[in-house]
Design a protein around this ligand. Structure first.
Ligand code: 5RP
Length: 268
């Protein structure tokens, strides 16, 4: 086994080939937002379920607010430098080195590429250089498919996401995080040589919608989730996490997951 495979196993579980990653890296560009204003409290609540395979977070949160009971996987968000308040949120560069990933004992690095944006070239070159650095140390790279203003409407365009996922993998990513499309998501998976995980995007109307999205992605071949808002902005984050875990690791149906959600809410 290589070091890269060893680290990947701390994220994608060997027994199911799937992963439940909670993303709490939003503050690096969006500031404090509902659900992660008290980020240490959110981490503690979700960590308490024992169901999180890995976390996606920044070095700042790792150093100042991250204190899990066990030793979950950690993916360090390593691109940044642009915010919602600035002229262009897609103008990201590398802000964390692979040495920092290793120093913090993290298992993987995450870098965004904004394909179709004005910063396509810079962010793809950044992702590709990060992949080279990572692979010198056998650290896996999660390629994050970012959407800027120019391509925001392409969130539901499977053809665009298939291109983006493939491009990021060809530039060296070992895992891809992208959005889910109800139609054609199997083509996104089929065209990408590395595992695909889905982000959730803005909060769905209901928790049932979130469960349907996760189920649809898994049925299309996704290997899990790297999800934030739909979990920690839910009125019942721990119960929803439990239902999502059953979908991901126990292959249950949407109906079964909904029953588990309701039971977890009743027992909370
Ligand atoms: C924040 C991110 C998030 O990690 C990603 O979008 C997943 O979170 P969500 O499910 O809330 O979309 O890249 O900038």
């Amino acid at each position: 086994m290589t070091g890269l495979e060893n680290r990947l196993k701390r994220i994608i579980k060997a027994d199911t080939g799937r992963s439940l990653v909670v993303a709490i890296d939003h503050g690096y560009a969006l500031g404090p937002m509902k659900g992660i204003v008290d980020i240490a409290g959110t981490i503690s609540k979700l960590d308490g379920t024992g169901l999180v395979d890995a976390w996606l977070l920044t070095k700042g949160i790792f150093r100042h607010a991250f204190n899990p009971r066990g030793t979950p996987g950690v993916i360090l968000r390593s691109s940044g430098g642009a915010t919602i308040a600035g002229p262009d949120i897609t103008n990201e560069g590398l802000v964390t080195s692979v040495e920092e990933v290793l120093t913090l004992g993290a298992d993987a690095m995450a870098v965004s590429a904004f394909i179709g944006s004005e910063n396509e070239r810079e962010t793809l070159i950044g992702l590709s250089r990060a992949a080279d650095q990572c692979h010198r140390w056998n650290v896996p790279l999660l390629g994050v498919i970012g959407l800027g203003k120019e391509v925001g409407e392409k969130k539901n365009d499977a053809k665009f996401l298939a291109l983006s996922a493939r491009v990021a993998a060809e530039h060296g990513a070992d895992l891809i995080k992208t959005y889910y499309t109800e139609k054609g998501f199997e083509d996104v998976v089929a065209g990408c040589p590395v595992p695909i995980m889905i982000a959730g995007g803005p909060k769905c109307e209901t928790d049932l919608d979130t469960l349907k999205m996760i189920h649809g992605a898994l049925q299309s071949g996704a290997q899990g989730i790297v999800m934030g808002r739909n979990i920690w902005q839910s009125p019942h984050p721990a119960a929803l996490l439990n239902a999502a875990w059953q979908l991901i690791h126990k292959n249950c149906s949407v109906q079964e997951a909904q029953d588990i959600l309701e039971e977890s809410i009743r027992n909370a």
